[in-house]
Design a protein around this ligand. Structure first.
Ligand SMILES: Nc1ncnc2c1ncn2[C@@H]1O[C@H](COP(=O)(O)OP(=O)(O)O)[C@@H](O)[C@H]1O
Ligand SMILES: [Mg+2]
Length: 320
């Protein structure tokens, strides 16, 4: 069952150019589409600045997309509909990169969690207490931890608290925006395992934003690869990790030491050889080793390769 569907989402920001007084428009994401199935994990991969967090903000509705539609539980989301907004905020919860920034340092953990329940549910204070203890146990913490403040926890524990805050309302979806990036490598695996266990226990779906391919291979069912605000490749985790087709995805693998052995044929990305020529053409052209004239003039659409595999590249299209 499809829980969440994004159809051609774009978000443009107006930038004021103070020097010349002329406004310009920055396309942070353009025509991004995907589906998230119940109980599954969709990873969004791409270098910093590729629009991953912007996409998350449009999905949950913190910002209104410039164009495109979001369907949640089959229902088209009207971004000014307050009832739908409340439903979305309750059923789609976020976990951010830095758990210290996202927790109020002056509030005990129990207070922070209780606030979420008090605002979003009709539970009595006794029921809320029980729910808080249960949720803390679910993320591997103790009931008595609710009386402590954020600074009394390690980074990994704080991320567990952030996860507790996300799941305490029994949401259908958690959007995790680089949830491991601020943690020590040894702790990353623990948090990754916790997320997987929670998914097995509760059937929750994850939109998992990351630039770490190794983590993505571990947790994801399918993968969306973004470059400068656009989807360049989409596929099941098996397709992407066995048979990456887009030169950008290939470059990501070749710049990650542990995948270099798996894909010795992919060359390391070279220095930029071209000027920005991208008004009409492929955005990756400036870095692409296979770039031809057509790529500079025309934008490749996502081309279907397999049942669950698409890539936006003319090289791929020609081979089929
Ligand atoms: N409010 C905004 N105004 C202008 N530009 C923005 C705004 N938010 C994000 N951007 C730009 O959009 C691009 C994508 O940003 P972001 O979604 O944060 O990328 P990522 O999460 O993949 O690192 C960046 O170039 C960023 O500077
Ligand atoms: Mg981000």
């Amino acid at each position: 069952m499809t829980l969440l569907e994004a159809q051609s989402i774009s978000k443009y920001y107006d930038l004021k150019n103070h020097r010349f007084g002329k406004a310009s428009r920055f396309e942070a994401i353009k025509n991004v589409s995907f589906k998230l199935e119940a109980g599954k994990t969709l990873a969004i991969v791409g270098e910093s600045g590729s629009g991953k967090s912007t996409l998350a903000r449009q999905i949950i509705g913190i910002e209104k997309p410039t164009n495109g539609s979001v369907y949640f539980n089959g229902e088209l989301q009207n971004f000014s509909n307050k009832k739908q907004r409340k439903q979305r905020f309750k059923n789609i919860r976020m976990v951010f990169q830095n758990p210290y920034d996202s927790l109020n340092p002056q509030a005990r953990i129990g207070t922070t969690l209780d606030e979420v329940l008090a605002i979003n549910t009709k539970l009595s204070s006794k029921e809320r207490k029980r729910k808080i203890s249960k949720t803390l146990n679910m993320v591997g913490l103790l009931s008595e931890h609710q009386y402590r403040y954020p600074h009394m926890f390690s980074g990994g524990q704080r991320q567990r608290i952030a996860i507790a805050r996300a799941i305490i309302l029994d949401p259908q979806i958690v959007i995790a925006d680089e949830p491991l990036s601020a943690l020590d490598v040894s702790i990353q695996a623990q948090i990754l395992n916790l997320l997987q266990e929670l998914q097995e226990e509760t059937g929750i779906s994850f939109l998992f934003i990351s630039h770490d391919l190794n983590v993505v291979e571990h947790i994801a069912d399918s993968v969306l690869v973004m470059f400068r605000g656009e989807v360049v490749e989409y596929g099941s985790v098996a397709e992407i990790f066995d048979n990456p087709k887009h030169p950008y995805t290939q470059a990501l693998f070749s710049s990650t030491p542990m995948y270099r052995k798996r894909f010795p044929e992919f060359s390391r990305p070279r220095q930029i050889r071209r000027l920005e020529s991208e008004a009409n053409g492929c955005k990756f052209a400036i870095r692409c080793e296979y770039c031809g004239d057509r790529c500079l003039d025309e934008k490749p659409e996502l081309f279907k390769l397999e049942q669950e595999h698409e890539a936006a590249c003319f090289k791929v299209e020609l081979k089929n």
